[in-house]
Design a protein around this ligand. Structure first.
Ligand SMILES: Nc1ncnc2c1ncn2[C@@H]1O[C@H](COP(=O)(O)OP(=O)(O)OP(=O)(O)O)[C@@H](O)[C@H]1O
Length: 412
């Protein structure tokens, strides 16, 4: 029986009508963590009645879901929630205790760094061995070899044993192999966490390509903007259990709430206070006040958010943060920087917060994250990660901003 969200959301509807590429049914993976064991003769004599006992850790607990062919499916959750264990069950790296996994087509996993690589072999040999293990013929592997090495930018190092590589180089090689072997189903765990900004941009290019080619991709990450940018649907897991499967924006929000909740229970940092205020929308505007998703570099522009108060609030703080594709906050502003107070708001009131500025961002894709806080910033009333996106056009520039400036050469 579909949920209300599934009925309304076109991504859910599409996922239901397409043939499934992955069907997971009541999957269970439990680790047994032994209690202290007495192994030496002396210990056994001293503790004659102790027996070997275990704690059971349900890394994957009764997981049932399916992923449609051609779907980009995100998995998010806090550290230790079971994402990698689930992906390893899908990849056949772990044997599940019970339940089943059915996958239509060839799988290419990017799961645990270094698995399948031999540190004594060169990048060349590792790439060939892996490509063949993942289903390419020798001839195909030879043909793909150049593009694998080119993608990984390891042309100069391909005859160096892998043990002499930096971890970043190994990641690039592993990801290059994963995306070049023409598998129908790709399982990708946390690739964005390890690379630098340039590598991330390359990963994003590959995601676009794989998506356009109709590949099925299961993608684990902590990067909510990537989830919202690429995924058709996403799943939130917590303590091995599936908490919900929904649209990427709903899941990103649930994940953020879970994280703020965690901070709250640890008694440190900001805490999430639900139900006071809600960020309904955020958008960019051009010089004429028209909502846009693309703008020419150098033009006058505005960014805005619409907030609805469900309860009365006194002097809430509004702020807006703009991130570039490398996830750096390139611009951040807030009411505290400009106003002594924002005033008092009543339940049911809707306000629009607007910031006007000159578009000094370098060409590229940007996202805006609006937030509302209270009590001097310690209570977060709402935060919407990457709610609006903006594509800035113009001639390519070197830096993250292009500040108006003069340039002179003086001869002495
Ligand atoms: N091989 C293993 N043996 C014992 N326990 C394990 C093993 N692999 C994972 N676990 C445990 O299972 C739970 C889920 O781990 P898993 O790595 O799947 O989480 P995760 O969501 O991928 O975490 P992270 O975001 O930190 O990568 C954790 O408590 C972890 O300690």
């Amino acid at each position: 029986m579909p949920t209300a969200a599934e009925t309304l959301d076109p991504a859910h509807a599409a996922a239901r009508t397409r043939e499934p590429a992955i069907v997971v049914d009541h999957l269970q993976k439990t680790f047994r963590l032994p209690h202290r064991r007495y192994s030496t003769l002396k210990e056994r004599v001293l503790h004659p009645f102790s027996s070997s006992t275990y704690d059971e850790l349900h890394a994957v607990h009764d997981a049932t879901f399916s992923v449609a062919q051609g779907e980009f499916f995100g998995i998010v959750g806090r550290n230790g929630s079971g994402k990698s264990s689930l992906l390893k069950c899908l990849a056949g790296i772990y044997n599940a205790d019970s339940g089943s996994v059915a996958i239509a087509g060839r799988i290419s996993p990017f799961i645990e760094l270094g698995v399948g690589f031999n540190p004594e072999l060169t990048a060349r040999d590792n790439a060939m061995v892996n490509a063949i293990m993942l289903g390419l013929s020798r001839k195909q592997a030879r043909e793909r070899f150049d593009s694998i090495i080119e993608f990984a930018e390891l042309e100069e190092f391909m005859d160096l044993p892998l043990k002499n590589y930096s971890s970043g180089m190994v990641v690039r090689l592993a990801f290059a192999v994963t995306v070049q072997v023409d598998a129908e189903v790709l399982l990708i765990d946390e690739v964005l966490a390890v690379g630098d900004a340039a590598f991330q941009a390359k990963c994003f290019d590959q995601f676009h390509r794989l998506k356009a080619e109709g590949k099925t991709i299961v993608f684990v990450t902590h990067d909510m903007s990537a989830i919202q940018r690429f995924c058709d649907r996403a799943m939130l897991v917590e303590r091995g259990k599936i908490m919900s499967i929904d649209s990427p924006s709903v899941i990103a929000r649930a994940y953020n709430e879970l994280n703020f909740g965690q901070i709250l229970s640890e008694g440190a940092g900001p805490r999430m206070i639900p139900d006071v205020a809600e960020i309904k929308e955020a958008w960019f505007e051009d010089a004429d006040g028209k909502r846009v998703t693309a703008l020419e570099h150098g033009a006058r522009m505005a960014m805005a958010m619409e907030v609805r108060f469900h309860q009365a609030a006194e002097d809430p703080w509004f702020s807006l943060h703009v991130r570039n594709p490398a996830r750096h906050v390139v611009f951040s502003t807030g009411s505290t920087l400009h106003l002594t107070t924002t005033g008092a708001f009543t339940a049911g009131e809707t306000v629009v917060v607007r910031v006007e500025l000159e578009n000094w961002f370098s060409p590229g894709e940007y996202t805006m994250t609006p937030t509302i806080a209270a009590s001097g910033g310690t209570d977060v009333l709402d935060v919407r990660e990457d709610l609006a996106t903006l594509d800035v056009h113009g001639r390519p520039l070197g830096g993250v901003v292009d500040i108006p400036h003069t340039f002179e050469v003086h001869r002495s």
